[in-house]
Design a protein around this ligand. Structure first.
Ligand code: DC
Length: 228
């Protein structure tokens, strides 16, 4: 079967990663959760205390990124890909609201986007990947054979995110999660560099009231056409 690149872009908490994971399992493809890369940089920035001071520190922070070791590794026990920062598995550390609040700030910095774009293109150089994020179809892999654009109502996305955080033991309210999501949507679409934008050649999925099976059916119809 011909190996392709599947790009899944869309709004925060629109179910991109869930879908990407399911597709990658079925096709035995690598899954690159690009949001996890941005979140890892936010965790590293918090560890380096860059938010405790002024902007000047951001520019001191960029050179530190050249020395970090950021890798995706397969976690056999949980049957999923986990992200490692300097050999530490940080998969659960990056999913918190604390990281969620800082990450869109860092995602606007061109130098950070450049480093992470190079990293993603390296991982994907032999194709056979499913990548989810915001700028994948438009910028990171513009020649992706399949481009999906995901959206869903703010209420359903907030509810999913709220449930997810509650399961992880975080003490947040639905209203707080919704407020944070609205803020992230604005940051994602209005950023100067690589904003979230539906490309003309992408297929839109609004999963406000769609099951995962329905979404997978739709995508596999596209995949079957492209991999023949
Ligand atoms: O998909 P996510 O919520 O894990 O993404 C975390 C943040 O990273 C989000 O605020 C947007 C940013 N991001 C980005 O700017 N570009 C990507 N390709 C992926 C994520």
């Amino acid at each position: 079967m011909k190996k392709i690149i599947i790009a899944i872009d869309g709004y925060s908490s629109s179910g991109k990663s869930t879908l990407a994971k399911a597709i990658s399992e079925k096709l035995k493809y690598k899954h690159i959760d690009s949001g996890a890369l941005y979140r890892s940089i936010a965790l590293f920035a918090i560890q380096k205390k860059i938010f405790n001071s002024d902007l000047w520190n951001v520019h001191n922070f960029i050179p530190l990124l050249e020395k970090i070791n950021l890798k995706f590794k397969w976690n056999k026990k949980y049957g999923q890909t986990n992200i490692f920062l300097n050999e530490e598995n940080i998969q659960s550390k990056i999913r918190t609201e604390k990281i969620g609040k800082k990450v869109s700030l860092l995602a606007q910095i061109p130098e950070i986007r450049k480093i992470l774009t190079v990293m993603q293109r390296n991982i994907g150089k032999n194709k056979g990947i499913v990548v989810d994020g915001r700028d994948i179809g438009n910028y990171v892999f513009p020649k992706s054979e399949i481009k999906i654009f995901m959206k869903g109502s703010i209420e359903i996305r907030s509810y999913r995110r709220y449930q997810d955080l509650k399961k992880r033991g975080e003490k947040v309210s639905y209203e707080e999660v919704k407020k944070n999501l609205i803020h992230r949507d604005i940051m994602d679409v209005s950023r100067n560099i690589s904003p979230l934008k539906k490309s003309v050649d992408s297929v839109e999925i609004d999963n406000t009231s769609m099951t995962i099976e329905e979404q997978l059916n739709l995508i596999f119809q596209l995949i079957n056409k492209k991999t023949k």
